[in-house]
Design a protein around this ligand. Structure first.
Ligand SMILES: NC(=O)c1ccc[n+]([C@@H]2O[C@H](COP(=O)([O-])OP(=O)(O)OC[C@H]3O[C@@H](n4cnc5c(N)ncnc54)[C@H](OP(=O)(O)O)[C@@H]3O)[C@@H](O)[C@H]2O)c1
Length: 341
């Protein structure tokens, strides 16, 4: 069943945002992954976090050993006992290399969603470069890097230009690599955007969507992203692949679907962007979080969470919604509490 909204929007983001949507065809050959030297151990950054935990679980279930780098090595998590955890320290290169020694594939999910309290995108780009270079020196055979759909160094949005700079740092490291570019990822208990839309629809009488709401999103299930990532470890070429789901919705349709699935009664209102930004800041004060940045709104409205390639994700958002409606948005997912407090 597909209730996807066949919006007639064109492919031009029309914003001055330069999106490098071309994906490599796999002709750029990297270092061969020699199966004889497979150590059976992989490292997933953020294995107790969102996308990383689903990659780690898939690897463990497939019989591989998993290490992680994280800022929260002692976080309570179902995978905690099965994963060897090291703490990120991008200033201690020797320790970083030690944590990467004996690793066949590094799956990298490290990134920051927002700039806050001295944490910046520039710093995250720098850290990513340090991580890739340490992996090469430690003899890691392949790097599978989780990026985002439509990154571009020309983008006026620092999140997207930062992600493009990280992709360049990876290419410049000389590692055999795959870049996986997800759209909007749903389906994890640590997911933020869809969960918090549901939470606010449950709590508020009116839910605002920025602008006309007719810009599109193409959500992809977290297990499909994890599968795409793990598949990319088995190949030897340097490739870039989009990770997008089979259904595309206008944003307002997506919000309506969530509201109807969870049985909320909120009125969905189209709100001018400045008023939306003001309301999001106000909500942020009440929830002690950064609810939605102006930059995230711009990315959404410029359709950066849609791809032009054939979708690799198979899981239907609408079908998942029907199964998850009871619990979705039951609790607020607080970004600042997770990463800054
Ligand atoms: N979530 C989505 O919908 C989505 C969509 C498209 C692309 N992506 C990309 O997918 C990758 C992983 O995203 P995710 O949602 O799975 O991220 P995440 O779970 O929040 O975090 C991934 C890793 O980055 C670390 N990290 C996150 N925020 C940080 C901060 N403020 N300061 C320091 N470290 C921080 C986490 O540390 P801990 O291990 O300590 O938690 C974790 O190791 C990112 O590159 C993101 O751009 C995500």
């Amino acid at each position: 069943m597909s209730t996807a909204d066949q919006s007639s929007h064109g492919t031009d983001t029309g914003t001055g945002t330069d999106t490098d949507t071309d994906t490599d065809t796999g002709t750029d050959t990297g270092t061969d992954t020699d199966t004889d030297t497979d150590t059976g151990t992989d490292l997933v950054t953020g294995a107790f976090s969102h996308i990383g935990s689903h990659i780690a679980r898939r690897l463990l279930d497939g019989g591989r050993k998993v290490r992680t780098l994280t800022y929260h090595p002692d976080r309570e998590h179902p995978l905690r006992a099965r994963v060897e955890a090291f703490k990120y320290d991008f200033d201690d290169i020797a320790e970083l290399e030690r944590s990467l020694a004996g690793i066949t594939t590094l799956y990298n999910t490290y990134w920051v969603r927002i700039e806050h309290d001295g944490t910046t995108f520039d710093e995250a780009v720098r850290h990513s470069r340090v991580l890739f270079d340490a992996a090469v020196r430690a003899g890691v055979k392949r790097i599978v890097h989780v990026s985002v759909s439509n990154p571009s160094e020309m983008s006026p949005l620092p999140y997207y230009s930062g992600k493009a700079r990280v992709e360049r740092a990876l290419a410049e490291s000389g590692a055999s690599h795959a870049i996986v570019r997800p759209t909007l990822v749903f389906g994890s208990d640590r997911e933020v955007l869809v969960n918090n839309i549901a939470y606010l629809l449950r709590k508020l009488p009116v839910f605002g969507v920025p602008g006309d709401g007719n810009y599109r999103v193409q959500p992809v299930h977290v297990d499909d992203v994890a599968e795409i990532c793990v598949d990319q470890a088995a190949t030897v070429q340097n490739v870039t692949v989009d990770a997008a789901g089979p259904e595309t919705y206008t944003f307002i349709k997506l919000v309506r679907l969530i509201r109807d699935a969870i049985g909320a009664r909120a009125v969905i209102a189209r709100v001018p962007v400045p008023l939306m930004s003001f309301s999001a800041r106000l909500l942020g004060v009440l929830l002690r979080d950064v609810v939605l940045t102006r930059e995230e709104t711009d990315g959404l409205m410029h359709e950066l969470l849609v791809t032009q390639s054939t979708p690799l994700g198979r899981t239907s958002f609408s079908a998942w919604l029907d199964e998850s409606a009871q619990t979705l948005g039951g609790e607020y997912a607080n970004e600042l509490a997770r990463h800054f407090r």
